[in-house]
Design a protein around this ligand. Structure first.
Ligand SMILES: NC(=O)C1=CN([C@@H]2O[C@H](COP(=O)(O)OP(=O)(O)OC[C@H]3O[C@@H](n4cnc5c(N)ncnc54)[C@H](OP(=O)(O)O)[C@@H]3O)[C@@H](O)[C@H]2O)[C@@H](O)CC1
Ligand SMILES: [K+]
Length: 466
């Protein structure tokens, strides 16, 4: 599991640790880890540190201090180090002295000949979009030169991954003490490059955000045992499709058949289309452990959704099923409920604009989960899953190719199948999103939704081989 902590939590842990350590010790730990990561990168790109041209972009706070101290360490190993301050009047004095003592120097503008650029403009003290002086330096980063972000790429909001205006795009981010949510959530995540965590000894409470990894998923997947039969492995029922959208039913069944349930039952007007493609499907009402309701349902079928939500099986509600959901009925349920909106559907559920959901996805998914008393999977470039007061799960396996017709239908069937296999709403959402993304990456792009469903068994096996 990869865990991430808010700025407030990191600052709290940092205060506690600092009180027990000599002054400046934490910054030295950070700088040592940063310099080691830079030296490793320079070894890979040009064979070593000696003679390398290193440029430091230096902000007014401790993030700039980290960059300067790391620059001093690289200078002592023979690099030529130039520091470009955002504001020459505000620069960490001790760190600047250390750089100068090691042979580094200050320059007023960004040299265009460089082997490595360190972005030490802003770390967890950054607020809002980059101010003009910072943005001007970022614009001058020479293209084609590797960029290492110090703690996080400047311009990325540490707590949410939001980017207001310009931001650094790094090849590597060396982060201190803990991952920050903004390194796992887009658009921040895609600005961070490969993230390298330097342990500086912080003691942290439970995380605000987490991302499953292969081993976590493998541990949660419902595997059959010698005593399993198809009913014990769970039956998932699919209420999807309409005369207008029969394909949604086929794709939801396609996902459900690959999610580990022992049987898939289909209820709705697209039975012929479903059977033609998947003769394994049971047709018509019957007992199930979990329902999937919504994909391709069309308008005017809210009664069917309400009926399923009044029952005692787990329910995954997607797409058209999400229209006009009754908050009180949802909150009264005792079986797992998983809602899987995209940003537009989430906006309708919250009564806000789509733009405001897109701009604050972490908040939106938390509020939805709280308001509806359900687990909520918010689809998007980084899919998020929230449930009660638990850490929000960030899916690390997505690919932009998944933004294609029908891929959400496959995900809903898969998630329902995992619910039928006994997973909680949050686990079914997070594991479903993970496998779905992994399967899509296996297919590559451009992809078709049914290919993602077909690649699910291979993705499932992949989680066993890290
Ligand atoms: N936590 C830890 O355990 C450890 C933390 N360490 C390091 O300390 C870093 C945090 O340092 P920090 O608190 O000094 O804040 P930092 O990120 O340098 O920025 C503050 C400065 O930026 C400015 N500023 C703000 N927004 C801006 C904007 N949009 N555009 C432009 N400027 C903006 C703001 O200006 P002001 O608002 O004051 O005018 C202020 O001067 C952390 O990320 C890590 O690298 C390690 O050394 C040790 C272990
Ligand atoms: K930075």
């Amino acid at each position: 599991m990869r865990t991430a902590y808010s700025v407030e939590t990191v600052r709290g842990a940092e205060r506690e640790l600092m009180a027990r350590l000599p002054e400046g010790a934490l910054m030295q730990r950070a700088a040592a880890g940063l310099a080691a990561a830079c030296a490793g990168l320079l070894r890979r790109t040009r064979g070593g540190v000696y003679g390398a041209r290193v440029v430091l972009l230096v902000g007014p706070g401790d993030n700039g201090g980290d960059a300067l101290y790391a620059g001093a360490r690289l200078a002592r190993r023979g690099a030529g180090v130039t520091a470009v301050p955002m504001d020459p009047e505000r620069i960490h004095p001790g760190a600047l002295a250390a750089l100068r003592a090691a042979g580094g120097h200050l320059a007023p503008s960004v040299p265009q000949q460089a082997d490595l650029v360190l972005d030490g403009l802003l770390g967890i003290g950054g607020r809002g979009g980059l101010r003009p002086a910072a943005a001007a330096l970022v614009e001058r980063i020479p293209s084609g030169v590797p960029v290492v972000a110090v703690d996080l790429p400047s311009g990325v909001d540490a707590d949410t991954g939001e980017v207001a205006g310009s931001a650094v795009t790094a090849d590597v981010t060396v982060t201190f003490g803990a991952y920050k949510p903004g390194l796992l959530i887009d658009p921040g995540a895609s600005r961070a490059g490969a993230v390298h965590l330097v342990d500086i000894g912080l003691e942290l409470p439970s995380p605000e955000v987490e991302a499953l990894q292969h081993a976590d998923v493998a541990g949660l997947l419902p595997e059959p045992t010698a005593s399993s039969d198809k009913y014990r492995r769970g039956v998932v029922g699919i209420v999807a499709g309409s005369a207008q959208y029969p394909g949604a039913a086929v794709l939801a069944v396609a996902g459900a058949l690959r999610g580990g349930a022992g049987a898939v039952r289909y209820v709705g007007p697209a039975a012929d289309a479903v059977l033609a493609r998947y003769p394994e499907t049971l047709i018509g009402p019957g007992r199930v452990q979990a329902w999937v309701v919504g994909p391709g349902l069309g308008a005017g079928r809210a009664g069917e959704v309400a009926e399923l939500l009044a029952g005692d099986a787990a329910v995954l509600v997607d797409a058209d099923g999400l229209r006009g959901l009754d908050e009180t009925a949802l909150r009264a349920r005792t079986a797992p409920t998983l809602l899987t909106p995209h940003a537009g559907e989430a906006a309708a559920l919250l009564g806000v604009s789509r733009e405001s959901v897109e701009a604050g996805r972490l908040d939106a998914v938390r509020v939805l989960a709280q308001r509806y008393g359900a687990s909520v999977l918010l689809k998007g470039s980084t899919t998020l899953v929230a449930s009660g007061g638990e850490a929000v799960r960030v899916n690390p396996t997505g690919t932009p190719w998944l933004a294609t017709a029908g891929s959400g239908d496959v995900l809903s069937g898969l998630g329902g199948s995992l619910l039928a296999g006994g997973l909680s709403g949050a686990d079914a959402g997070a594991v479903g999103a993970y496998l779905h993304g992994l399967a899509a990456r296996r297919v590559g792009g451009p992809l078709l939704a049914h290919q993602v469903a077909e690649a699910l068994p291979a993705a499932w096996r992949d989680t066993r081989h890290p």
